[in-house]
Design a protein around this ligand. Structure first.
Ligand code: AMP
Length: 473
């Protein structure tokens, strides 16, 4: 937050009134940097993530320059319907009583109704690229009259494959004389496009990614697939009444599965993913925003632009494939100066990805144990399981350790023959055997390990009872 107040800028009365009603006094950093040049008509490249106040950074200049003529003059393109809805409602309150018609144009809503609204006149469009093109081709929307184009979360639109659509929209807007582009990151394709499409832009490379991200307490837990649910149980058991938790999975299926499994352990949660109807998604987002939903499980795409300030915990149930998504995900917490906690579950196969995320953003993600059970709770909500897969080496072998050495185990051959005949283990499933003075280790394929442990527990070996356990490597 800066020392400048909105009232220091000579903004129109209707905007100042609206800001006052909302209780906003000072612009955020991106607003302070972007609003004055944008009001003068400059092109802008702004680096900003959700939570920085970027919506008003373009919203205020757009509202100021648009007039209630019924002809579209400005268009904001967003990657998702949710973000479009949010941008729309923010523009709506910023305009106060100016009387502009601001219309969201995105897929999943009734085409006919949308067409009718477009036909009856609009001033500002906020939409997703696909539907905007669709409406233009159907002649319900005329891009010719639009002079301002704003791209919100450009990197995300690039990720989602919208770039050709965006180029199409650009090329069908001959009257465009101002372009505002906001993005959290700047992949090469965006840099190349900005050279081509923007005219002498004012560039605002905020360092808010570096500044804000570390305020979030980032931890990672080494945990395999089998025990992720246990980990979630531990974190949820520690939630306090003011907490809100957002859990990310990489697939819609996993989102559903996790909700179901948590339900079986009496944790109530809701889901948000792209296969849900628009209606259902809006309901869930509202419930989360109103703090009625405490735990929300989501995919990256569905959670983009989710504008909820109360999220205190983010869990990466699956580590994201894309390092940028990591920053977007954890950016859901710790917003507007609040503290946040981000937990990442990292299995053996995720270790490299964790490293990639860490180095891409130079992040301080600290290795940690799952949180302890809170005071007064002595049973895990979800019981931990032996995780053979997580303990195995790249060939799928785990090591078990037997509490008997050379005095009882005469040779490697006799032990492996015993295992083959008694535990019905295939010869190939037995790897290295090492007989030491007091103990013996056996490498065994993870799939057979449980059976071997059970047989060792039940049957005697050369007249002696042995005990064995999974060795920690
Ligand atoms: P955004 O990055 O646009 O999604 O904004 C993040 C959150 O900050 C939203 O809840 C905004 O309503 C809020 N916000 C943005 N700018 C300001 C400001 N200048 N003063 C107070 N709240 C703000």
């Amino acid at each position: 937050m800066s020392e400048i107040s909105f009232s220091d800028w000579n903004l129109p009365e209707y905007i100042l009134d609206a800001l006052a009603v909302e209780g906003w006094e000072k612009p955020t950093e991106i607003q302070r940097e972007a609003i004055p040049p944008a009001r003068e008509g400059s092109d802008i490249i702004g680096q900003a993530r959700t939570g920085s106040g970027k919506t008003a950074a373009f919203g205020i200049p757009i509202i100021e320059r648009s007039e209630p003529t019924g002809l579209p003059q400005s268009i904001v393109l967003c990657p998702t319907r949710e973000l479009a809805t949010q941008v729309c409602s923010e523009l709506q309150w910023i305009q106060g009583d100016k009387g502009l018609i601001i219309l969201p144009v995105y897929g999943g809503t009734d085409l006919e109704k949308q067409a009718q609204k477009l036909n009856s006149g609009v001033d500002i469009i906020v939409g997703t690229p696909g539907r905007v093109i669709d409406m233009t081709k159907r002649k319900h929307l005329n891009l010719q009259s639009i002079s301002l184009l704003c791209l919100d979360e450009a990197d995300r639109m690039l990720d989602m494959g919208f770039w050709p659509d965006i180029s199409w929209i650009f090329s069908n807007m001959p009257e465009r004389n101002q372009t505002l582009l906001f993005s959290a990151t700047f992949p090469q394709e965006i840099i190349d496009s900005t050279d081509e499409l923007l005219n002498n832009p004012v560039t605002i490379m905020s360092d808010d990614l570096e500044v804000e991200v570390p305020e979030i307490n980032q931890k990672w837990i080494r945990i395999g697939r089998a025990n992720k649910l246990w980990g979630v149980g531990r974190i949820l058991a520690n939630m306090e009444s003011a907490d809100q938790c957002l859990i990310f999975c990489n697939t819609k299926r996993m989102v559903e599965l996790l909700e179901d499994r948590l339900g079986k352990h009496r944790f109530s949660s809701s889901t948000l993913h792209g296969d849900m109807s628009q209606n259902k998604r809006e309901k869930v987002m509202l419930g989360f925003r109103d703090n009625e939903i405490k735990v929300l499980i989501a995919t990256d795409v569905a959670a983009r632009g989710l504008d909820v300030d109360g999220v205190t915990i983010v869990i990466n149930y699956d580590l994201p494939d894309n390092p940028e998504d990591y920053v977007h995900r954890i950016g859901r917490t710790g917003r507007m100066g609040k503290k946040g906690n981000a937990w990442s579950f990292v299995g053996r196969e995720d270790l490299r990805q964790l490293e990639r995320i860490r180095t891409t953003w130079n992040l301080n993600i600290v290795k940690s144990d799952a949180p302890d059970l809170p005071d007064g709770v002595n049973r895990d909500p979800v019981r931990p399981r032996k995780d053979w897969a997580e303990s195995s080496d790249p060939f799928g072998m785990v090591q078990i350790s037997i509490n008997a050495g050379a005095n009882l185990i005469s040779s490697k051959l006799s032990l492996s023959e015993w295992l083959i005949s008694q535990a019905k283990v295939k010869e190939l499933a037995i790897g290295e055997i090492s007989i030491n003075e007091k103990y013996t280790t056996v490498d065994i394929h993870a799939e057979s390990a449980q059976r071997v442990l059970e047989i060792l527990e039940r049957r005697e070996y050369n007249g002696s009872k042995l005990t064995a356990e999974l060795a920690i490597r």
